[in-house]
Structure formats: C-alpha cells, structure tokens
Ligand binder design. Structure first.
Ligand code: AMP
Ligand code: DBH
Length: 542
C-alpha cells in the first residue's frame, strides 16, 4: 500500500487498533458473518430488477461464486476494477465479489462519461470495467467501447443486461467457490478507491482500507441508531460515499438490516417504496430534501415508517432545515462528510437548535479537528477558518498523487478539507464556505479547473474561468466566464454542446456562459474568482 498511497504512521495505527476502532475484519468476512447470523433475512431489495429480494445467505453465496468466476478470468488481489452501476442489486454482488478477491472497486458514478471513465481506467490501470447496458436513456456499452481504446490495461468489460460486443456479467462462470486461499485481503489492505469531488484538473482517487471504512460504518450505525430492523432506501447513486457509508447501504449490511434500492430519486418512485418496504431511514442532498418536503404535503402515501432523514452533501439552510422534519414527520439528521474520511452528524438527541443550525460533530472521539487561518495558526475558538482533520478513518494521502498530497495534507498528516467552518462550544461544526476551487451543485462537486481545461480546448476560446453563482434550488450553479480569441465568435449553447461532446459528465456542463473582455485580478495578478462571482448581473443565457 505504501507505494501507492501514504498510510497511517505505526504509532497511530497501533492506537486505533488498541482503541478497538480497527478490528481486523475485511468486508468479505463481515458479509460472511452476517450470512451466518441472519441467513434468511432480506439484505437487498431491487424494485427495478423485477422486485428481486436477496437474503444475506443469497448475497453471500452470489459474491463468493462471482469472486471465483472473476478470479478465473484473471482478476486478482490488488487489481483495480472500475464499477459504474446504477442502483441495482448487482452493485452489491460485484463489489462484495471484488472485496473477497481483494481487487479494488473504483467507484464511478452513473453520470460520468468518457473523460472521467477514460481517466479512471487509464490512471488506475484498471483490468476490468463493469457497467449496466443502459440507464436513463444512456447506452454505456458505446462508452465502454471508446474507453477500451484509451485504456490498454482494460481486459474485460462486464455488462449487467444485454452485453452487445462485451461480456454479460451473468456469463461469468459461477463456480461453487472453493475454500478461500491464503492470499485473501488483510483488513489493513485497501478495500476500494473512492472518488474525490476534487479541485484540480483531474479527479483524485481516495484509498480506503477495510479497517478504517468498517469503523466509520459501525460508528455511523451507532449514531444513526441503525440495527437489524433498519430499512435504508438508497436514493442517491449507490456508489457515492454518502449513501454508501453514512450510514448508507454498507452500514445497513453491517448491521444486518435491509437495503432497498431506489431506481430514481423522485417522490413518485421513492414514496411508494417507503410505504411498501417500511423504510426507516434514508439520505438526501438538500435540493432533493426540499422536493420531498413539498411532495409530502399532497402525497397519498403512508410515510410514517420513516424515522430518520439524513441531509448532507451541501449546506442545508436553516430555513429549509425547519421545514424538512415536520413535513416528513421524522427526525432530521444533518451530515457533513467527505469521501476522504471525516463524517459529522447531528445526534438524534441533540436539541432542535443544534439540529437546525449545525452540520454535526465527528463520529469518533479520535477525530482531530483544527480550524486555522491562512498561516495554519489556530483561529480564536468559535471563529471560522480552514478545517483540517486527522483520524482513524481519514486518509493520509490520495492514491498515486505525491505532489498533490504535499498540498492537501499538512506535514503531520492533517487533511486540508478546503472547507471553511467554525466550531460551536459543543464541538459541532458549522460550514461557512469553501476555500477550494470547487462548485457544489446541489451536492454534486465540480472542480472548476477540470471544466476550464476542457473549455480551453475550444479553438475560439482565449481564456476561461469557471465560478459558482448562487441558485435558489441547487444552492450553486456553474458559470463559465469566457474571453474569446480576437475576431472569434461563439454562442453559449455551442460552447455548452462542445463541453458535453468532449465527454464530460452532464452536471459539469456550465449552466451559464458569459463572454467578457478581461478578468478581474487580485493584487498579485491572479484571476479573482471572488470578484468574478460578484460580476454576475445580467440574466442567465439559456
Ligand atoms: P467529496 O470530497 O467529494 O467527498 O465532497 C465532500 C465535500 O462536500 C465537503 O468537503 C464539503 O465541501 C461538502 N459537504 C458535504 N456535506 C456537507 C454539508 N452538510 N454542508 C456543507 N458542505 C458539505
Ligand atoms: O458530500 C459528501 O461527500 C458526503 C456527504 C455526506 C459524504 O462523503 C458523506 C456524507 O459520507
């Protein structure tokens, strides 16, 4: 692991083990233990997949058999496999098979396209890529064909559904698994690579171990009161860190509860599932929480089973927070987390004020929080500053990114979150803003530089700066300020089409394009994004 990513120093690792955080269990072992404990309880419900219901015994058996088949296809311990699946049961079959092998899923989102997937496959030197045939009108098999041309290491494309020119996942031979060999993964090994929203030209890969992630799940379960009777609805894309782990599907599986996959986030899809399956807990980004809040007023469905609604991924305004709980008749739990590690929750028994006005406090007593000024000096307690963190489930470095790690981590291993936060006397954090060059579009993170690099590829463009603009619904949207080359002409719609056709995920296509003659500059001559943001005066272009 150390060659690919920095890990915890030995004294920290020893401390985290001694404290009982890292228990030496792998995901493969965790699932096996649940299958022994709760063989006949339902683990996964897939309404899109003809209402399939897999028990713990079934999921465990499927993961084992698929692991054997994938091993026979040459996929081994440490190999990377890009997994890009919608909310379908096979997601769990595939990732647990990979966990058993010790191969590392790279968790792509369904929205990712050629630019992102091509990069994940080539940078991670992935040996396989797992997709659905199509989802929301998009055919992933064509995408896979293009990606194969860019990624020489890619030997397999496995398809859930009709395979086309690739291999059907169902055609992977399912041998009854032999006894697990001695070469299985260790709990201290990497389990998978999660994605960072990032703030640089290329997304970063986040190396998480079995030990550290399982600790964050157990901690989350305790805080969110998850047990074997919990029913979690996966509304957001299953591979995202929030619905995966806060407490998410994996937390629920860890507890022996039931995971229900929601094929689409709209209330029309989700509400009948809440009623039908007796969903007790789910997680939403703020814009979606508001859509649900509105819909709940007139919906005919019985949502009374819902106890806890987690809202996070982007800042939930106090005004919105006030409406959510009463409308859905459940306890609101704010969550402020990151795929790099640190997750904060308001506690279910926090007073109302705390739940409505803070983004929670860390999972672990050993999560170290620092709030510092531009010189890395601690601010006066209660004042806002840069949030730094270190702890038993926060990475010490990104995967294969030594130069970037120099900037993103302090010498003593604190992760620079890029968030501006303040701490209340009770240790709850309030997110006040962001220092990183990122746009948070309703929970979907966009690295400005990544979009800028694509736009700079347009022959009519001399320079570009991508910034956030406030938005009532999403919190923020993107605006690209563009300086054209002399005598060049370009319409906003044409530039947006260009970005899409280059193969960037649709949520990264600028919502708005403004042409300007010059950029405002800071004292030292850098483009001042702060001033650009305040320049937006004209109405939005279509
Ligand atoms: P990522 O690093 O891509 O996993 O995204 C994590 C980032 O999302 C955090 O660093 C915050 O900027 C943002 N975020 C997550 N939850 C919240 C929240 N509840 N309030 C404000 N920002 C949040
Ligand atoms: O935004 C996030 O990345 C996020 C939000 C809430 C997250 O990773 C999490 C909880 O675990």
């Amino acid at each position: 692991m150390s060659v690919d990513a920095p890990t915890w120093p030995a004294d920290f690792a020893a401390r985290y083990r001694a404290a009982g955080y890292w228990q030496g269990e792998t995901f493969g072992q965790m699932l096996r233990a649940r299958a022994v404990q709760y063989p006949d309880r339902v683990a996964v419900v897939d309404p899109a997949g003809a209402g399939r219901r897999w028990t713990y015994a079934e999921l465990d058996r499927r993961a084992d058999r698929l692991a054997a088949g994938l091993r026979d296809s040459g996929i081994g311990r440490g190999d990377r496999v890009v997994v890009q699946l919608p909310n379908v049961a096979e997601f769990f079959e595939v990732v647990f098979a990979l966990f058993r092998i010790g191969a590392l899923p790279v968790f792509a989102l369904p929205a990712h396209r050629e630019v992102e997937i091509g990069y994940f496959c080539s940078f991670s030197e992935a040996v396989a890529y797992v997709i659905a045939d199509h989802h929301e009108g998009f055919d992933y098999r064509g995408l896979a064909a293009k990606v194969k041309e860019q990624a020489p290491t890619l030997r397999h494309v496995f398809v859930v559904g009709e395979p086309g020119e690739h291999t059907a996942l169902s055609a992977v031979p399912r041998e009854p698994a032999g006894p697990a060999g001695p070469d299985g993964p260790q709990a201290s090994d990497l389990a998978f690579l999660q994605l960072s929203g990032g703030s640089t030209g290329v997304p970063k890969l986040i190396p998480r171990t079995h030990d550290d992630y399982l600790y964050s799940l157990r901690g989350s379960n305790e805080i969110c009161a998850v047990d074997e009777d919990s029913v979690y609805l996966v509304v957001l894309p299953a591979a995202h860190n929030f619905p995966l782990s806060s407490p998410g599907s994996l937390g629920i599986l860890c507890a022996g509860g039931r995971v229900v996959l929601c094929p689409a986030p709209a209330p029309e899809t989700a509400f009948p599932l809440i009623e039908g399956e007796g969903v007790t807990i789910t997680g939403l980004v703020p814009p979606l929480a508001l859509v649900w809040t509105e819909a709940a007023r007139s919906a005919p469905h019985d949502l009374s089973s819902l106890d806890v609604l987690l809202v996070g991924g982007a800042k939930l305004s106090e005004a919105a927070a006030r409406r959510v709980g009463p409308a859905l008749d459940c306890t609101l739990q704010q969550v402020f987390g990151m795929a790099e590690g640190l997750v904060n929750y308001t506690r279910l028994d926090d007073d109302e004020e705390t739940i409505l006005t803070t983004q929670g406090r860390p999972i672990s007593p050993d999560d170290e929080i620092r709030i510092v000024d531009d010189e890395d000096e601690d601010v006066t307690p209660g004042e806002p500053g840069h949030l730094l963190t270190r702890g038993p489930y926060t990475i010490r470095g990104y995967w294969r990114a030594p130069e970037h790690n120099e900037r993103s981590f302090t010498r003593d291993g604190f992760y620079r979150t890029g968030d501006i936060a303040r701490a209340t006397p009770s240790g709850h954090l309030v997110v006040e803003g962001r220092a990183k060059d990122q746009i948070n579009r309703g929970g979907e993170k966009i690295a400005a530089e990544e979009v800028e690099n694509v736009i700079l590829g347009h022959p009519a463009v001399h320079d570009v700066s991508v910034v956030s603009v406030p938005d009532d619904y999403l919190g923020e949207r993107t605006c690209a300020y563009v300086i054209l080359r002399e005598a060049a002409e370009l319409r906003p719609a044409a530039l947006r089409r260009f970005v899409r056709e280059r193969g960037l995920a649709a949520y990264k296509v600028p919502d708005r394009v403004e042409f300007v003659d010059v950029f405002p500059h800071t004292g030292v001559g850098k483009v001042s994004k702060k001033d650009l943001r305040t320049t937006v005066t004209r109405p939005a272009h279509p």
